[in-house]
Design a protein around this ligand. Structure first.
Ligand code: PHE
Ligand code: ZN
Length: 876
């Protein structure tokens, strides 16, 4: 195999030929499915005659080929490394091909594959080329007509995009259904599902009066787990009408749950295919977090029907056009249906931990990359989450009304087209009359901007001077960075009154909660008429995806934690305060000095626990210490053991000092109403379980008893899982083992619950975590070909910081072994799984060498393009 070559954005050319209509016939067979394709092809009007027709195709056995009914001779076409090439074609013609493929051998889960005996497809980004020869690029949009032929007994259900228009019996116990999708679409939105599935059906009437049938298709035993997804779907449909004026455009909308799926879910037109983990819920089997995740993903895929499907991407460099916008849309939807501040806190803490780490590592890339080897490697936190943060900044910059006008303009102007990020931003610029040219740099510049801020209050003149200085560290391939347009939402909180002071900047009144715009490398903002000395509250609600440094004292932070009017920054002040204390303790641990707890953190927690909370979910977040991963993000060099020890020390010190408060909070929130995934109940459960985690951190008899009773009460998965995790993560195997055994036996039949069972054990801090992983890899419920299992066992272990980073390198070796096997089975998953090893620069020299050693060992294999690209970057 020749070395994989990068593809460049600057090489983009419109296709020479387009396909206006695609007719497909699938004759299903596990080992030898026949796919007949008839493509209605036209030369692009601007393109010269004589250009060859180039089609993509991988792992296809060509059985027949004809143009306008005339079979082609061997010398009239060529099979190439990329696919199929026909040198001479008319300006307009019908191309017929027939190929054979083997879904049962497809472990990559791209193209047509089998999962639990059923057939399903995954075509984004470039899976359709494993189904038939085709111009597999998103700027070729065609209407589709698809006939699926299957065994009437084994595959009673035959689904594809659009509407069913014909069905019938065939000889030999076969039958068929023909589907027509009237909306032109790129082939990455094609889908087919066939198998013995059962459906749950509901209905929705659009604002415009269209009656839509809603179906969720699952295996029979999962029929009781679809209610929440269906309710979420209907809420999302209504929300998109009310918020964006977007209505559904077919008479049928289907969701299918499959067990083997690389990602969360896929927005195929009219036939969304979901990882079963992203759609199935039941109070007994799914946690509150899972319920919320399902709601968010169902909404996300549904929202793609406009942001992605009706208006799609010109090329894959524009991936964030659909993903950033759609994530932003689903974030807002979830904020509207849940506790909005908690939603934002969760988003940001995840973002700052995981996306910042990506931006700081060897695979850092802009939200719109300018080259890639394997697009499958670019479904990243940067494209999705940072893309969403950029759209959020846009919304805040232009205001909701102009943003909505811009969105309307975008959907109207580009309906049925494949467009670019500039097209989207241009609509926002036109609708708002703002110049967004500097803002566009956010899309092309990788790395996390850092802002160093300092301020000075001039008592005599009532003036507060705020100086902001921005810099973006170099990232691979981008040594020099230019200043960005960064909107900073801020308040000045008066230290006497504890209130937001009115902001006057250059004679202009900004209210008490204003936005300033940083355009230059360094800018000074002079606020006048500032009546008292303030503490600035900066980047409220995380107004930009940046790291903001301000020399806050611990007193300032304690002050902001109680007085800031911005809920997000109140939480963030508490996190910053805890981080300062953790810093000292990390240093103490490294220097072998006795650890001393910072009394200010204890007092801050005491105050939090004493107050009557208005939002329990927010309080639960405020009582949660920064994760080990986030603490690590703040350190110049990561010392996993010191971080773990310091965090554990803080947790135990708080538990010892405030034991009675935690007990009281636990008792006050243990009401056991019938389970509902509603904000108030969720908040109560989070608060109760955070309190329990403190009590269990000191493992006194009362805490243990509460955890044990909560586990045995078996009330709902949120509470059971929280208790089980605490028992399994305790130092007492006499608590861990019986609970694990009971849980494992009870749920042996349920793969999604067994995933949780795997994760809980391998994320325990005890030193046997690695041995457990090895042992569990032979468990009958584990399978290396199922991505959920790989994530639950291997992926979860790689997040277990002290055990994955064992000083003997055994954690790294185990991960590399699995990655090498997955390189053959499922390259996309292999390339994702290897991520923790690529972050070797962050660790001490011994660990660096061990990690690099494993990367080198992987490099010695015959690598898939996916892994090749990641490993080359990691070792560059
Ligand atoms: N487009 C899907 C989404 O974000 C994600 C996905 C990508 C799924 C590639 C499968 C393969 O909703
Ligand atoms: Zn998406």
């Amino acid at each position: 195999m020749s070395e994989p070559q990068p593809i460049y954005l600057s090489d983009y050319r419109p296709p020479a030929y387009r396909v206006t209509h695609t007719e497909l016939t699938f004759d299903l067979d596990p080992a030898a499915t026949r796919v007949k394709a008839r493509l209605h092809v036209e030369r692009h009007p601007d393109r010269e005659a004589g250009a060859p027709l180039e089609l993509d195709g991988e792992q296809l056995a060509l059985k027949a080929i004809a143009i306008d009914g005339q079979p082609l001779g061997e010398d009239e076409y060529a099979l190439t490394e990329r696919g199929l090439r026909v040198e001479r074609v008319p300006a307009r013609f019908l191309l017929d091909t027939e190929v054979e493929i083997a879904p049962e051998d497809n472990t990559a889960l791209e193209g047509l594959y089998q999962s639990n005996g059923m057939y399903c497809t995954q075509c984004e980004a470039e899976g359709f080329r494993r189904i038939t020869f085709y111009p597999d690029r998103p700027d070729v949009m065609a209407t589709f007509s698809t006939t699926v032929i299957g065994d009437a007994g084994r595959e009673p259900v035959l689904l594809s995009n659009g509407n069913p228009v014909e069905r019938g019996e065939l000889p030999g116990g076969r039958h068929f259904v023909t589907w027509e999708d009237p909306h032109p679409k790129p082939c990455y939105l094609f889908a087919l599902v066939a198998g013995d599935l059962k459906k749950v059906e509901d209905g929705f009437t659009t604002a415009g009066g269209r009656d839509v049938t809603l179906q969720i298709w699952v295996e029979e035993e999962n029929l009781g787990k679809t209610d929440h997804a269906m309710a979420s779907l209907k809420r999302a449909m209504r929300w998109d009408e009310e918020t964006y004026g977007r209505e559904y455009d077919l008479d049928l909308f289907m969701i299918v749950a499959v067990n083997d799926f690389n990602m969360g879910a896929m927005e195929n037109k009219g036939l969304n295919i979901f990882n079963s983990a992203a759609v199935l819920t039941h109070p007994d089997t799914a946690t509150d977090a899972a319920f919320q995740r399902v709601e968010g993903i169902v909404a996300h895929e549904y929202f793609h029907n406009w942001s992605g499907n009706r208006v799609t991407c010109r090329d894959w460099f524009q991936l964030s056009l659909k993903e950033g916008f759609t994530v932003f849309r689903d974030q807002c939807f979830s904020a509207d249906t849940n506790s909005a501040p908690v939603k934002r806190i969760e988003e940001v803490s995840f973002f700052r931990t995981a996306q910042f780490a990506e931006d700081a590592g060897p695979t850092a890339h802009p939200v719109r990359p300018d080259h890639y080897i394997e697009i499958g490697n670019f479904y990243t936190l940067t494209i999705y989450e940072k893309g969403a943060e950029i759209v959020r900044m846009l919304r805040n910059l232009v205001g909701w009304d102009a943003f909505r006008r811009g969105s309307d303009r975008y959907f109207e102007r580009f309906d049925g087209q494949a467009v670019t990020i500039e097209d989207f931003v241009a609509c926002m610029a036109e609708a708002s009359g703002r110049d967004l040219s500097q803002f566009l740099r956010w899309y092309d510049q990788a790395g996390t901007p850092e802002i160093d801020a300092h301020g000075e209050y001039d008592y005599a003149n009532g003036v507060y001077r705020l100086v902001l200085r921005q810099r973006t560290p170099a990232t691979p391939g981008q040594p020099d960075k230019r200043p960005l347009h960064i909107p900073i939402r801020l308040g000045l909180v008066g230290t006497k009154t504890g209130r937001d002071l009115p902001l006057t900047l250059d004679g202009e009144a900004l209210g008490t909660d204003g936005v300033i715009h940083l355009h230059e490398e360094e800018q000074e903002f002079v606020f006048t008429e500032v009546a008292e000395a303030p503490v600035p509250s900066l980047a409220r609600n995380f107004s930009a995806p940046v790291k903001l440094h301000f020399p806050y004292s611990r007193e300032d932070l304690a002050f902001l934690q109680t007085h800031d009017s911005d809920g997000f920054n109140r939480w963030d002040a508490g996190q910053r305060l805890a981080l300062l204390a953790l810093d000292d303790l990390i240093a103490a641990h490294r220097n072998g000095v006795e650890k001393v707890m910072d009394g200010r953190v204890v007092e801050a927690f005491r105050a939090l626990l004493a107050a009557e909370p208005d939002d329990k979910a927010v309080l639960a977040e405020m009582l949660t210490l920064p994760s080990e991963a986030y603490i690590a993000e703040q350190q110049p060099l990561v010392d996993v053991d010191a971080i773990h020890a310091a965090r554990q020390f803080v947790k135990q010190s708080l538990a010892l000092a405030l034991r009675d408060d935690f007990l009281r909070v636990y008792e006050a929130n243990r009401r056991e109403a019938p389970y509902a995934p509603e904000p108030e109940q969720i908040g109560e459960r989070s608060l109760k379980n955070v309190a329990l985690s403190y009590l269990m951190s000191i493992e006194d008899e009362e805490g243990i008893e509460l955890a044990r009773r909560q586990f045995e009460a078996d009330h709902n998965m949120t509470d059971v899982r929280a208790a089980l995790t605490l028992l399994v993560h305790s130092s007492r195997d006499d608590l861990a083992d019986p609970a694990l055994r009971a849980f494992g036996e009870k749920w042996a039949h349920d793969p999604l619950v067994m995933d949780q069972w795997f994760s809980i054990q391998v994320s325990r801090p005890q030193s046997d975590a690695l041995e457990r992983v090895k042992f569990l890899m032979d468990h009958p419920a584990f399978s290396l070909t199922n991505p959920n299992k790989v994530r639950a066992l291997i992926g979860a272990f790689a997040q277990n910081r002290i055990n994955f980073h064992r000083a003997d390198g055994e954690g790294y070796r185990l991960l590399a072994d699995v990655v090498i096997e997955l390189n053959r089975l499922n390259p996309e998953i292999a390339a994702r799984l290897v991520t923790p090893l690529t972050r070797w620069q962050r660790f001490d020299e011994t660990r660096q060498d061990l990690m690099k050693g494993e990367l080198e060992r992987i490099r010695g294999e015959a690598l898939s393009p996916n892994l090749y690209e990641v490993i080359e970057k990691a070792l560059a």
